[in-house]
Design a binder for this molecule. Structure first.
Ligand SMILES: [Zn+2]
Length: 145
């Protein structure tokens, strides 16, 4: 099925293709310091896809911390956290997505399972991301173009 959503001010827009219904998706909560502050509900579907576009990419924040193995994409205008991507500049990035930014957020009714990835090496982390995260497409061209 297809889900759409985006940030609060409308600058960022996302489109997801999922291999399962939202009710069947496993919801994850991570214990990292970023996720404890934002309390997102994350999903990934390696058999699906994630697409993100922005009216103005210059207002999109790419936040990195810790092992710096991924980019946390936030709207710089309204502050909504959309998704985490393995290197956003890589040719085929992969993503986990915050379902709270989706129009059908209420249908993602699974209980968030808490994951603690502390102590994982950068290599193990990258291997896990490429196996479990979903293929991501970044539409860099602005809508005005
Ligand atoms: Zn916004």
């Amino acid at each position: 099925m297809e889900c759409t959503g985006g940030c609060h001010c409308g600058n960022l827009q996302v489109k997801l293709r999922l291999s399962k219904e939202p009710e069947q998706m496993a919801i994850r909560a991570c214990t990292c310091s970023f996720c404890r502050a934002h309390a997102p509900r994350m999903i990934s579907d390696p058999a699906g896809s994630f697409e993100i576009s922005a009216a103005d990419w210059t207002t999109v924040q790419h936040y990195r911390f810790g092992t710096r193995t991924c980019d946390f994409l936030l709207c710089g205008r309204c502050g909504v956290f959309i998704a985490a991507l393995t290197d956003a500049d890589a040719p085929s990035p992969r993503a986990v997505v915050n379902v709270n930014c989706l129009d059908e957020r209420a249908r993602f009714s699974g209980m968030p399972a808490l994951h603690n990835f502390d102590g994982e090496t950068a290599e193990a982390r990258q291997a896990r991301h490429s196996a479990n995260w979903m293929p991501a497409i970044l539409r860099r061209e602005s809508e005005a173009a």
